[in-house]
Design a protein around this ligand. Sequence first.
Ligand code: SF4
Length: 330
Amino acid sequence: MANVAIFVPHNGCPHKCSFCDQRHITGQSSQPTANDVKSTLKTALSSLKEKSKETEIAFFGGSFTAIDKNYMLELLESTKEYIGSFKGIRISTRPDAINSEILDILKSYKVTSIELGAQSMVDSVLSANERGHSANDIKKASHLIKSYGFSLGLQMMTGLYQSNDDLDLYTANEFIKLNPDTVRIYPTVVLDNTTLASLFKSGKYSPPDAETASKLCAKLIPMFENANIKVIRVGLHDTESLKSNMIGGAFHPAFRELCEAQIYYNKILTVLNAQNINNGEINILVPKADLSKAIGQKGYNRQKLLTMGFTPSFIPNDTLANRQVLIKKG
Ligand code: SF4
């Protein structure tokens, strides 16, 4: 779903999450005024025209309901005259910044979707990364949000300090139990001048790189999809600000493509094993629209299969869908 993104950095945030440098994640540090919001929406409306009905107004930044209350109300108030023109309003916030009073306010301003920066469902990981809330806070906030009828989004980070693949898989399973409508997966990127940067520089933390993270995400994405949960984002947006401040971790400008290729690679191996094909010429039939994903960036999957003794041909097929793979011995 498209959105008109308005970044609201939490200047003066009392927390100091290990990974956070708000200024560089959002690429800006100044907070938008009500007039800024109105003019952004006016411009978006004139360029989107009818498409605006399928577009959400999105207040991103991670702490929308934790910012100064009057300022939050001012921003919401500025959307009023545009409400009917857009599909709805999406906000992102912290799990411990949700309560009935806040949800009543959001409802009255026609907010439709609430995303929680949950990051992990493991208390020891949340605490090691100085999140300042517990897994139980995430559960409570999620249930409350759903009870009000909002669309619920959950965001998780993989590869955080003191986490590992098993704990990240546990987080995904706990998310599924909370039945969110959408999920975003952000493999950890280490930004300079953060706690993670100090841990990284002192050798106490080695974040997974993009390739390693993509292997984990290739398991997480199908888990969510099989539970009918939309994965609306995988990996941070490619911005100059991010690139100039990151010193390690799992960043790739086309990270989701890496994950999609890895999902196909896993599927191909499963089908080969099931058919007991161990080497030789193989024709791999894949959905037409997914041909490049199946082959992988720079022919990565083809190369891997070649080194395993296969001679693969990837063949687009019109009748296959949903990452179906058929393999015929050549
Ligand atoms: S990520 Fe953590 S430190 Fe950064 S703005 Fe949000 S709550 Fe504050």
